[in-house]
Ligand binder design. Structure first.
Ligand code: NIG
Ligand code: FE
Length: 408
């Protein structure tokens, strides 16, 4: 059995197996292997079972862990903007003195100021910044992370960002899923939404396709960004060309979630202002709702109606939205834990939101559960009960992280 590797012993292995894609989950539904081991072969999980039985089988590749650990599937942060230059601490101060996020944006600060800094930055600087943030994510147990462009807003600068994201993916052990968010805001060089979106279609999309830089596109549907009506032909064009769509929607005003359903998006992210109409429409669709509590904490606005979304039967993922403006903290576990307290979420619902439901938001099928044939992406925390992890509100860091079976 020399090609097998055994991980363990674990006090608990929270497998996330056989849990539903949509709707509420009680902790009692979790399938937990007590005193377990995880058997791996060729970067993939073979099975989970009692540790002692595997020890008896004398698996060659095995160094027993010393202490008590709880294992979970490696976490998936399915919405971030961690490729950027500069910072926005002055926006933070302004918001704390009462200026709104949208007003900061209207007067030329906000996203635009990060665009100016990111355009000026060298590829090397952007890459270094990203690598540092990837290391921080790893400490919180994240093994897969989505990263958006969207601070370039020209062919040259969006391509620069996507190339940096690609390089970071090859340099760092975490898996990066790139997304093009060229439709973040209308850059100053363009007179209106339509002329900019037409430019993206004719000038940017063919380059992205040629260089195979991403398979997903995002758009910010909001006042001071893009309207539903002007976005439809852009989104339809992308779909016809085989790209997946995700939408920043219902953050300050509703509209984005219904558009996401209409255009068959994979996910709609934010949803702080979603009401009954949006929630019941989402429940009838296959669109994954992605909650971004870090943006509510950063801006000081309500959390999304996470409890209601789950109770109505929506699939809820939770992500950090890590970016220099609305969500500068980047600690997914802290944010998910705080969301759980305010929105009354079970630990099972939170862990589903950052494991297999987050995988659903990225259309990835091979991770998010500790089960046979899944990628051996695993995180272990030093504690004896999985409920201690969220209780520590992000302060309990991962003791071990395995990516495709390899200890990082
Ligand atoms: O998800 N809402 C739009 N985009 C980002 C914020 C980006 C920024 O402020 O730099 C978000 O919150
Ligand atoms: Fe975002």
């Amino acid at each position: 059995m020399s090609s097998y590797t055994l991980l363990g012993p674990f006090k608990q292995i929270v497998t996330m197996e056989n849990l539903p894609l949509k709707g509420p989950i009680e902790n009692s539904e979790l399938k937990i292997q007590e005193n377990g081991g995880i058997l791996i072969k060729n970067e993939t999980i073979v099975e989970v079972g009692p540790y002692d039985e595997y020890v008896d089988a004398q698996i060659e590749n095995h160094t027993p862990l010393d202490g008590e650990y709880v294992a979970l599937p490696g976490f998936i942060d399915c919405h971030t903007h961690i490729c950027f230059a500069g910072n926005r601490f002055l926006d933070f101060e302004d918001r704390n003195s009462g200026v709104s996020y949208l007003d900061i944006s209207k007067r030329g600060g906000g996203i635009w100021s990060t665009v100016e800094n990111t355009r000026k930055a060298t590829e090397e600087d952007l890459l270094l910044g990203m690598i540092g943030r990837l290391e921080t994510l790893k400490q919180n147990g994240i093994t897969t992370v989505e990263v958006k462009s969207g601070y370039g807003l020209s062919v040259k600068d969006e391509m620069k960002m996507l190339n940096v994201i690609k390089k970071a993916n090859s340099r760092h052990q975490l898996d990066i899923i790139p997304t093009c968010l060229a439709a973040h805001i209308v850059p100053r060089e363009f007179p209106n939404e339509k002329s900019y979106l037409d430019y993206l279609i004719s000038e940017l999309v063919p380059n992205i396709k040629r260089d195979d830089l991403c398979t997903r596109f995002d758009i910010f549907i909001e006042e001071s960004a893009f309207t539903r009506d002007n976005s439809k032909s852009y989104l339809n064009y992308l779909k016809q060309n085989g790209f997946d769509i995700t939408i920043h929607g219902d953050q300050f005003h509703t509209g984005g979630s219904l558009l996401a359903i209409e255009c068959g998006a994979v996910s709609v992210d934010h949803l702080e202002t979603s009401g009954n109409k949006e929630i019941s429409a989402l429940a009838k669709s296959d669109v994954v709702a992605v909650g971004l509590p870090g943006a509510s904490i950063g801006i000081g606005c309500d959390f999304l109606p996470a409890r209601k979304l789950l109770d109505e039967g929506v699939s809820l993922a939770i992500a950090s939205d890590w970016n220099p403006g609305s969500a500068p903290q980047g600690n997914l576990l802290a944010q998910a834990s705080i969301l759980a307290t305010y929105e009354k979420l079970s630990a099972a619902e939170v862990f589903a939101g950052i494991t297999y439901r987050a995988a659903g938001a990225l259309k990835i099928k091979d991770r998010g559960r500790i089960a046979s044939k899944y990628a051996a992406d695993i995180v272990a925390f030093q504690c004896h009960d999985y409920r201690q992890i969220l209780y520590h509100q992000g302060e309990l860091k991962a003791s071990y992280v395995w990516k495709n079976g390899e200890m990082l």
